[in-house]
Design a binder for this molecule. Structure first.
Ligand SMILES: Nc1ncnc2c1ncn2[C@@H]1O[C@H](COP(=O)(O)OP(=O)(O)OP(=O)(O)O)[C@@H](O)[C@H]1O
Length: 218
């Protein structure tokens, strides 16, 4: 299998005014293209930190991050931002939808940010994905007119609209009640698998982790 992400000898240290926190040292990881991977570990063990490093949101203190054969931890901010816009989709615990934009407009934002002209083709793709997550009758609703689970489903579609190579999810259903969380996780799972995406999820949910092809334990 082709490797999508390789982390070599990764270490991360946070320095604050009062002390230094070493989150992990000399961590090695490989994530295969098209695989579903869970990042697990007790609270504070560094799941978010590692996710941010391998997705190009943050940099390691030492070590190397390779993404699709390209080293990314040495890119400057502008190149890194461009890299994320092209190759990566994010889903966080909070939806981060823009309140003044409808569900459809929120979904189209990554394309606008990537400099694409939004035409019928793009709108159709957004509508099709929104209907796949059960939101075809919520296109013109604003975030505050949607339920928590619906908002997170919009965020899922927004993470996929620009056809990223890898979808990163950090506790994607952590703010939802169990029933909603299960539903949204299943939808996220199905979509990523059917679209052949590499999927990396930081989670406390061991049931979700068990469904993954690989588990990285911190
Ligand atoms: N900006 C920062 N400055 C200093 N320490 C930090 C910073 N960010 C995170 N840390 C510390 O690094 C460690 C790892 O944090 P991280 O958020 O990656 O853990 P986590 O495994 O995702 O936790 P949780 O499951 O609770 O979300 C924690 O001990 C945290 O206090």
């Amino acid at each position: 299998m082709t490797e999508m992400i390789v982390g070599k000898s990764l270490s991360k240290t946070y320095r604050t005014l009062v002390d230094t926190v070493s989150v992990f040292e000399n961590l090695e990881l490989k994530i295969d293209k098209g695989s579903m991977v869970a990042l697990v570990g007790e609270s504070g063990r560094g799941k978010t930190t590692l996710l941010n490093i391998i997705s190009g949101l943050d940099r390691p203190s030492t070590g190397e991050v390779w993404f699709g054969g390209e080293r990314i931890d040495t890119l400057d901010e502008e190149m890194l931002s461009d890299f994320r816009n092209r190759h990566v989709g994010f889903i966080f615990q909070h939806h981060y939808l823009l309140e003044d934009f409808t569900a459809l407009e929120n979904v189209l934002l990554p394309l606008r940010i990537g400099g694409k002209t939004i035409g019928e083709k793009e709108k159709e793709k957004a509508k099709e994905l929104l209907s796949r997550v059960g939101l075809s009758d919520r296109l013109r609703h604003y975030p505050d007119q949607l339920s928590g689970g619906e908002r997170q489903r919009v965020a899922i579609v927004r993470a996929l609209i620009h056809d990223p190579d890898v979808v990163f999810a950090d506790e994607p259903t952590g703010s939802l009640d169990r029933r909603n969380a299960d539903r949204v996780e299943a939808i996220l799972w199905e979509l990523c698998r059917s679209m052949g995406k590499t999927f990396v999820v930081a989670t406390h949910n061991m049931e979700l982790a068990r469904k993954c092809d690989a588990v990285i334990s911190l």
